[in-house]
Design a protein around this ligand. Structure first.
Ligand SMILES: [Fe+2]
Ligand SMILES: [Fe+2]
Length: 325
C-alpha cells in the first residue's frame, strides 16, 4: 500500500478522533468507576505475567534469504488454521484504533484510564507472541502478512460503538468471541508450541471478557433501560473486529468451515450463556417502553439465532455421519 493511500485513509478517521466521551455517559461512568477499580484490582490479582519470547520455538527459525518466496509446504498447518491465525493476528494489530475508541468511550477518569492502558498493553503482547510464532515456523507468508498488516492498520476500519454502554456490551461479546476463536484455533494447530501460545492468549482474553461482562452487569443495575437498548443494538449488529482485513469474508468462511467460529458457536457460547444467562435479558424489569421494545427485539433475534444454530448443528452432524460411513 502506498504512503499516499495510507495517509488518505488515516485522514478519513480523523473525525472520530475528535469525538470525546458522549455527554450522557459522564454521570454513568462516574458511578461505575468504583466498580471498574474493583474489577481492575481483581484482574491484576488474577492475571499472571508472561513473556512471549519463552513461548516461541526460536530453534526452528532460519534467516530469510534475499528473494525468498514463501511456499505453503513449509508448514503442515491447514489453510483454515492459517486463515484463523492471519485474521486473529491482524485483529490484534489494530490496537491503536481500539485504544482510541475505548478511551473515547470510557474516558480518562480514575480506574478507567488504568484499565484502558493495561488492556492495551496485554493485547499488544498477543500480537508479539503470535507474530513471532508465525515468522519462526513460516506457517503463513510473511510478506502477505506484512502487507495485510499495512492495509488493515492504514484502513483503520474498526467497530466504533457510539456510547459507553454500547461499548461495554460490544467488547464483552468481542472478547469472548476472540477467546473462543484463539482457543479453537490452538486446538487445531497440531503443534505444541502453537497450541500453548494460543491457549495463553485465550486466557488473557477470558480475563478481559470477565471485566467487561461484569461491568455491563453493574451498568444494568444502575440504568437497565439504557443498557438493554445497547444490548439490542450490539447483539443485532454484531460483527467481529477483523472486518477491515483484506479478503476478510473468504477467511471468515474458512474459519467457519473448520468450526473455529460460526453461528452455532456464537449462539451456544455467547448469546445463550452471556446475554440470556448472565445478563438475564428476558427478565430485566423496570424498563422504559423504548427499552421494552429493545428487549423484545433482541430476544426475538436471539431466538432466530438459536434456530439457525440448530440447523447448522444438524447439517454438521449429517456431514460427519456421511464422512464416517
Ligand atoms: Fe488479544
Ligand atoms: Fe482481549
Amino acid at each position: 500500500m502506498g504512503l499516499r493511500r495510507c495517509v488518505l485513509l488515516g485522514l478519513a478517521s480523523v473525525a472520530s478522533l475528535r469525538r470525546m466521551v458522549v455527554n450522557g455517559d459522564i454521570a454513568l461512568l462516574a458511578e461505575l468507576e468504583p466498580v471498574a477499580a474493583s474489577l481492575l484490582e481483581k484482574h491484576l490479582a488474577a492475571t499472571k505475567p508472561w513473556h512471549p519470547h519463552t513461548f516461541v520455538p526460536w530453534s526452528r527459525g532460519e534467516d530469510f534469504e534475499p528473494g525468498y518466496e514463501w511456499d505453503p509446504r513449509e508448514s503442515t498447518m491447514s489453510p483454515e488454521v492459517r486463515s484463523a491465525l492471519y485474521v486473529n493476528l491482524l485483529t490484534e494489530d489494530n490496537l491503536p484504533y481500539y485504544f482510541r475508541d475505548i478511551e473515547r468511550m470510557f474516558g480518562r477518569d480514575g480506574a478507567w484510564t488504568h484499565w484502558t492502558h493495561r488492556w492495551t498493553a496485554e493485547e499488544a503482547r498477543h500480537a508479539v507472541a503470535i507474530r513471532d510464532y508465525l515468522t519462526v515456523t513460516r506457517a503463513v507468508d510473511p510478506a502477505a502478512l506484512e502487507e495485510g498488516r499495512m492495509a488493515q492498520m492504514c484502513g483503520a476500519q474498526v467497530p466504533e460503538p457510539e456510547t459507553a454502554t454500547d461499548g461495554l456490551v460490544y467488547v464483552t461479546l468481542q472478547e469472548l468471541a476472540t477467546r473462543i476463536s484463539h482457543r479453537n484455533t490452538g486446538a487445531l494447530i497440531e503443534d505444541r508450541a502453537g497450541y500453548d501460545i494460543m491457549r495463553r492468549v485465550a486466557m488473557d482474553e477470558n480475563h478481559h471478557f470477565i471485566f467487561y461482562r461484569n461491568m455491563t452487569k453493574a451498568a444494568l443495575e444502575i440504568d437497565p433501560s439504557r443498557v438493554v437498548q445497547s444490548i439490542e443494538k450490539e447483539v443485532v449488529g454484531f460483527s467481529m473486529p477483523g472486518e477491515g482485513i483484506p479478503q476478510f469474508d473468504s477467511h471468515a468462511k474458512m474459519i467457519a468451515s473448520a468450526g473455529i467460529y460460526d453461528l452455532e458457536v456464537h449462539y451456544e457460547q455467547i448469546l445463550k450463556p452471556v446475554v440470556l444467562g448472565f445478563w438475564d435479558l428476558e427478565n430485566i424489569e423496570g424498563l422504559t417502553p423504548e427499552a421494552q421494545q429493545s428487549q423484545e427485539k433482541a430476544a426475538k433475534y436471539i431466538a432466530k439465532s438459536a434456530r439457525v444454530a440448530e440447523r447448522l448443528k444438524q447439517r454438521k452432524e449429517a456431514a460427519a455421519a456421511k464422512a464416517a460411513a
